[in-house]
Design a protein around this ligand. Structure first.
Ligand SMILES: CC(C)(COP(=O)(O)OP(=O)(O)OC[C@H]1O[C@@H](n2cnc3c(N)ncnc32)[C@H](O)[C@@H]1OP(=O)(O)O)[C@@H](O)C(=O)NCCC(=O)NCCS
Length: 159
């Protein structure tokens, strides 16, 4: 599938908000903190007919950057890889030295995906999802592959 990537702008915000709300609220919880993905930097992957097929949102704090969300709406076409590459190309010249993210313990596909893209497992935050659920009750008890959803796994890629 052919797609291109561009930076999200103000006019994309309603679309991004709609996507984020479809995950249960207008925020996600990462490391016990509410983050509003439609309000932060983002890249979109679009087909020639402008169909949205991927989205990455990220937040720079000092010399660190968190990938807050990464989604390929059409899988296995290189969209996820390309979105990550665009974030790195953007943040490297800004002096960012560490790109990090949280994947939940059930997300086996993401755990494979990131490790094959130069990310290292840096921490396990045991029962962090149990805490997140207090802030966002729509987080299910059972995640992907029927795995109990409990822990946050932190990945990092040093730039
Ligand atoms: C993780 C995610 C972003 C990857 O995006 P993607 O566009 O599918 O990724 P790519 O196409 O660049 O790479 C996909 C991988 O799947 C492989 N693949 C291709 N066909 C496949 C198939 N039928 N079944 C399984 N894997 C397949 C590709 O070879 C590649 O393999 P590799 O990781 O072993 O190198 C995507 O799976 C996703 O949106 N997941 C749901 C949201 C999510 O979990 N996000 C991360 C939260 S931290």
């Amino acid at each position: 599938m052919s797609f291109h990537i561009r930076k999200a702008n103000e006019t994309d915000k309603p679309t991004l908000l709609e996507i984020v709300r479809s995950w249960g609220a207008d925020f996600i919880v990462s490391r016990g903190r509410k983050v509003y993905p439609s309000e932060i930097d983002a890249f979109l992957a679009l087909t020639e007919s402008d169909k949205l097929v991927g989205l990455v949102t990220y937040e720079i704090t000092g010399d660190q950057c968190e990938i807050v969300t990464l989604d390929a709406f059409e899988k296995y076409s290189g969209i996820g890889t390309s979105l990550i590459d665009h974030v790195i190309e953007t943040i490297r010249p800004l002096g960012v030295q560490r790109l990090w993210l949280i994947a939940t313990n059930d997300n086996i596909d993401a755990i494979r995906f990131y490790q094959k893209r130069q990310f290292r497992l840096s921490k396990v935050h045991k029962d962090a999802v149990v805490e997140s659920r207090k802030i966002k009750p729509s987080i299910p008890e059972i995640g992907m592959y029927g795995i109990p959803l409990r822990d946050e796994i932190e990945f990092e890629r040093l730039l």
